[in-house]
Design a protein around this ligand. Sequence first.
Ligand code: UDP
Length: 240
Amino acid sequence: MRNQVKILGVPIDQITEEEAFYRLTSFLEGSTVKKVYTPNPEIIMMAQQDEALFRVLEEADLVLPDGIGLIIASKIKGLGLKERVTGIDTMDKLLTYCGEKGKSIFLLGGKPGTAALACENMKKQYKGIKIAGFYHGYFQGKDEPEIIEEINQANPDILFVCLGAPKQEKWIYKYQHQLNCKLAMGVGGSVDIYAGTAKRAPILFQKLGLEWFYRLAKEPWRIKRMMALPKFLIRVTLKE
Ligand code: UDP
């Protein structure tokens, strides 16, 4: 049974990290492409004005409560989200699982060279991991049939898509019926973390739910995008 809560109309799965992992591994045994997203408040806010994105999120097979803002919103409204489930931690668990079970992954996204570097590091970090392929994320529309073909030839179990939001969510939605994989998951900047070109916030920041603050300190130009967080909380508080 799938329990979801709605935050500003967007359905988010009411799930723990462990339950999410169980669900995701069961997707790997399925016969259709399962679509998984990891939205933060910024994306929920974008979806308020972007009907196409709203529908993409509505039709997902799993929506993980990634941003700490979603947990705060759930507390304010008493919605009962169980805990935060981050895309990067979930990806880490999936990669370990793939290494153990001989499953394969394809990494799509990041600047040219970054996905290759990330895959090299994954091979070192996750024993037994099968890298079916990778492709950078700065392609043009005309290249897409060739990219789909490359993914399908590689025949991965999991396709990790790192094109930034909302591009990655829309891309997965658009090509879901053409993709030959079991699970397509939008995981944003994870490719940069695995490549080592970006760093995760220190554990203390993660524990306090202050990763957004760390990222803002490192990338101050994000302030405009991040203003979505207070706006999001005000809107959630005021909504009936
Ligand atoms: N990215 C990409 N193609 C694009 C835009 C972005 O591959 O057209 C990559 C970018 O290089 C980065 C990742 O998407 O590795 C996530 O970007 P960002 O951190 O800005 O996205 P967020 O997850 O915060 O939305």
